[in-house]
Design a protein around this ligand. Structure first.
Ligand SMILES: Cc1ncc(COP(=O)(O)O)c(C=O)c1O
Length: 367
């Protein structure tokens, strides 16, 4: 289909950086810097200082990263980890594949974990909480850390969608023991394939993670135990290191576009908008996604599609209704969002007039 507003315009994003990207890629290929070379080490250092943690460890993708954190933290069979169902299946898959049990709590109106529901989900087997900072907005991490600390639980943050976002000035990934980031192509900092990283300020954990992602190797000849091949590709690392320099600017543009949507859509009574970007409150949101709750969501999608606007309905079959053995959980807000959440196009490639066109088309639908 020929979209007039694409959800993500990869070719346009490429064209904007083509010269620098091709120079970077050419240099990597010409030098044969293919596996765990200086470009990956540089990227890890730059990412750690961007997030404000002691270490960053490049991995194959965020899902592997979260699983490795759990394993490195000693969480496995017999343990429970509390998380949410209103997320990509990867969050729950990481816990499942680490051998632990997934325990689900509901989300609130901000689409993030209901911190006041955590306490009820804690049992003698609970070892960790895995909050998901959805759409580029952090959970209420002050309250979440308080609950975690009062029960002696580890906090492992799924920050896949939250690079650059913070709460009370502390970045996603820097609140708990460790956090995972995704550089899946559609993410704000996107690779040209799969890529991810984990961050932590726990030196010992970082060391174990470096071993686990590379066959258990701690040097060319020494092993620390069994490991995996979950390395960050060096070519992707070089590209990510180049792009990381642009992220602050991209966040500014995303917040500007979100403010435009907010203004253009305010007062539409069948829509619930996300909180507008502000510098005043504790949240600094980066709008990885601009997600509204829409009355008659599926009909609205048809109307937008007919007008050439590509959108996404995130997880319209909730994860606890998928064949994952999680059907015992009762999650009414998760179900409401499955039926009403709609992600509108928001990337740095979007033009102002495209935002106005999307907003006008939505207004026409409801009028
Ligand atoms: C919230 C969340 N968690 C985890 C992941 C998994 O990331 P990756 O695709 O890098 O494994 C994603 C990716 O879309 C995500 O959005």
């Amino acid at each position: 289909m020929d979209w007039s507003v694409k959800f993500v315009d990869f070719p346009k994003a490429f064209r904007r950086m083509e010269g620098d990207l091709m120079d970077t890629i050419r240099e990597v290929l010409a030098n044969g810097d293919l596996i765990m070379r200086q470009q990956m080490i540089d990227f890890e250092q730059h990412l750690a200082s961007f997030v404000g943690t002691g270490d960053a460890v490049g991995v194959s993708n965020c899902t592997d990263g979260l699983r490795l954190i759990l394993e490195a933290a000693g969480i496995g069979p017999g343990d429970e980890v509390i998380t949410v169902a209103h997320t990509f299946v990867a969050t729950m898959a990481a816990i499942h594949h680490a051998g632990a049990s997934v325990v689900l709590v509901d989300v609130g109106d901000d689409h993030n974990m209901r911190v006041d529901h955590i306490e009820n989900a804690v049992t003698s087997r609970t070892k960790a909480i895995m909050p998901v900072h959805l759409n580029g907005r952090l959970c209420r991490m002050d309250q979440l850390m308080e609950v975690a600390n009062s029960h002696g639980l580890l906090v492992i943050e799924d920050s896949a969608q939250a690079l650059g976002a913070s709460f009370l000035g502390i970045s996603g990934g820097a609140w708990g023991l460790a956090g995972g980031f995704s550089f899946y192509p559609a993410k704000m900092l996107g690779a040209y394939g799969d890529a991810g990283a984990v961050v932590t300020s726990d030196r010992g954990l970082a060391q174990r993670l470096r071993g686990l992602r590379d066959h258990g190797r701690v040097s060319k000849t020494e092993l620390s135990g069994w490991g995996y091949n979950c390395r960050l590709d060096n070519l992707q690392a070089a590209v990510l290191d180049l792009k990381l320099k642009c992220v602050h600017g991209w966040i500014r543009r995303r917040r500007q576009l979100a403010a435009m949507y907010d203004e253009a859509l305010s007062g539409v009574k069948d829509l619930r908008l996300p909180p507008a970007p502000t510098d005043a409150g504790p949240h600094f949101d980066v709008f990885q996604n601009y997600v509204v709750e829409a009355e008659g969501r599926d009909a609205l999608i048809k109307h937008l599609t007919a007008n050439g606007i590509e959108t996404l309905a995130p997880w319209s079959t909730p994860m606890h209704h998928q064949p994952l053995g999680l059907s015992k959980f009762r999650l009414p807000n998760t179900e409401r969002l499955a039926a009403s959440a709609l992600s509108l196009p928001l990337t740095t490639e979007l033009e102002d007039e495209q935002v106005r066109f999307v907003a006008d088309t939505i207004r026409r639908f409801y009028s």
